[in-house]
Design a protein around this ligand. Structure first.
Ligand SMILES: Cc1ncc(COP(=O)(O)O)c(C=O)c1O
Length: 442
């Protein structure tokens, strides 16, 4: 018998540890396109897509058919034991699609964190160096190295040390809160040039294996680097023989209006990481990189039992077909314009919105209690998430200060669903703004 939400919540509390957080006290029954129906029959518009895992929407027919067909053939043989074509075909496709006209190779794993771990392992092996440079506002996952590369302390790192050694952190190019107190473009990209100081004051360039960066931060608040930043970083890495690893786990698979944000921002990574929306919700991650770098580790040095599971590879092949057939990259850009225009208007209307930003359909706005001090409005952000839920919209916040609302609607959402979702969100923002203004007037 199906249980009610209350019964399931009680059973969850009794049987599952508190560590795995739950943003919404909801249990899904079915999901299709941009809609999720819960066990008690409530329907929600989904602006979260499982933290960006179903850019193509819930259960697209062609993906479900590919997975069903594969499930009648074999579920798993383990790529290391008996190989199968979908793994090879998907590697061929990603090698052709990832930016850069050089020869590439792809390794498959199951999760984003594993992609991060393997990207760094490969870069270390290739360069014979240990150091890895990461950024403030970075999120790269929860395994030991990925967690060490991640920025935000609570909840991700607190109490889980010792952290992995040879991890160095730089300021992310976060123009709204510039670490150097400068303004782009007059800043001369001081945040990128800072790497040169870093090589003097922290660690020599010849000890650094890799720089790992999200081209648009995910959990860190959908921050988009200013024009020229990533190409400059690319130049510095090339100059010093440092492997540039670009983590597109959240920004990839059409989210920013091209298949990869790297393409929008004009860089060719040495190693590009994918996961999340790659297989429409099935666990799959890719490490795609320059052939000579990817081939550095010895035979047997890389792998994992479930990496590149055949169901997930078939799903990913169907996802790539769908993105092309349904012209989802154009849809992503159009959606981005529509959302961006709405957010710009809200910023004019509501003082609580300090910044709006994003690329393609990867959009966000940052909430502040005061536009001058930029004091983060974290409680107000939480309130917006719960008000939206009460009115049938699933949303997510993010940011190191927990004060950014990110929009991750599926690229297949209808205009009507998008407008309805935006109207709910605007209502919640407007109420938070009013409450804040009246508390400040007292
Ligand atoms: C940019 C980025 N990298 C890595 C990860 C980790 O992926 P996973 O949760 O699949 O391990 C995430 C997850 O949110 C992410 O956003």
């Amino acid at each position: 018998m199906a249980r009610t939400t209350e019964e399931l919540l009680a059973a969850r509390e009794k049987n599952v540890p508190q560590g795995p957080f739950n943003i919404h006290p909801l249990f899904a029954r079915d999901a299709k396109g941009a809609l999720i129906t819960t066990v008690d029959g409530r329907e929600f518009i989904d602006f979260a897509t499982g933290i960006g895992t179903v850019n193509v929407g819930h259960c697209p027919e062609s993906v479900v058919e590919a997975v069903s067909d594969q499930s009648t053939r074999f579920l798993h043989t383990c790529f290391h034991v008996v190989m199968y074509e979908p793994y090879i075909e998907l590697a061929e496709k990603l090698n052709a699609l990832a930016p850069g006209s050089f020869a590439k190779k792809t390794l498959f794993l199951s999760t984003g964190a594993e992609a991060v771990e393997n990207g760094v392992k490969i870069a270390r092996y290739f360069t014979g160096r240990a150091g890895v440079i990461t950024f403030e506002q970075a999120f790269h996952g929860r395994t030991l190295l990925a967690m060490s590369l991640t920025s935000k302390v609570k909840p991700y790192k607190l109490g889980f040390g010792p952290l992995s050694p040879e991890v160095y952190r730089m300021p992310y190019p976060y123009c709204y809160r510039c670490s150097f107190g400068l303004t782009h473009p007059g800043c001369g990209l001081a945040c990128a040039e800072h790497l040169k100081d870093f090589f003097i004051s922290h660690q020599a360039a010849e000890q650094i294996a890799a720089v790992i960066i999200e081209p648009v931060t995910g959990e860190g608040g959908f921050i988009v680097p200013p024009e020229g930043y990533l190409p400059r970083l690319r130049e510095i890495c090339t100059e010093h023989g440092i492997v540039l690893i670009v983590d597109e786990v959240q920004s990839g698979m059409g989210r920013t209006g091209r298949l990869f944000a790297s393409e929008v921002l004009g860089i060719e990574p040495d190693i590009l990481l994918t996961a999340k929306s790659l297989a429409a919700g099935l666990p799959l991650a890719g490490v795609t990189g320059r052939a000579e770098i990817m081939d550095a580790p010895h035979v047997g040095g890389l792998g994992g039992t479930f990496g590149g599971n055949p169901l997930a590879c078939r799903a990913a092949l169907a996802v790539l077909d769908l993105i092309e057939k349904e012209d989802l990259l154009r849809k992503s850009r159009a959606m981005g314009q529509r959302i961006g225009a709405a957010l710009d208007e809200w910023k004019d209307r509501y003082e609580i919105i300090g910044d709006v930003r994003g690329l393609g359909a990867m959009r966000a706005f940052e909430l502040v209690r005061d536009r001058v001090t930029k004091e983060p409005a974290a409680d107000e952000t939480k309130q917006i998430v719960s008000t939206c839920r009460d009115r049938g919209l699933i949303t997510l916040s993010c940011g190191n200060y927990g004060n950014v609302m990110r929009l991750l609607a599926p690229l297949v959402i209808t205009d009507q669903q998008l407008d309805k979702g935006l109207a709910i969100l605007e209502g919640a923002v407007s109420e938070a703004n009013r409450r804040l203004e009246s508390s400040q007037a007292r």
